[in-house]
Design a protein around this ligand. Sequence first.
Ligand code: ZN
Length: 138
Amino acid sequence: MAFDEMYQEIIRDHYKNPRNKRPLTHLKAVENPSCGDSVKVEVDSDSHQIRQVSFDGSGCSISMCSASMMSELLSGKSVSEAKTLVRRFLSVIRGELPPDTLDDLGDLAALKGIVELPVRVKCATLAWHAVEKALETV
Ligand code: ZN
């Protein structure tokens, strides 16, 4: 299987079987007007340790799979570790770090190609900006 096909398969899988997606009613959604994506993120944690990151929303496959991957990566991490991972992901997507930096982050490596698709960057980062905000308040 070609590398790109493998990545597309990972993206499809997260889109079809999103991790940690459940209805979140009391939260405001973060919107991406350019393609109608809408994501809510909830962090269940104490001040040091995250138990679970959940999300809810609708939108294109990139926004939904990125939210699913984010929730899977950050669930169970410490709050400071999670903040570092969020900064790392956003730096890669903004082109400040090489795309290969995502290779250490499991399924997120499948989003490397996004760096070359500026119109999809908002889709890929929506859930990450939402969780960044949520982590500020834990
Ligand atoms: Zn989108």
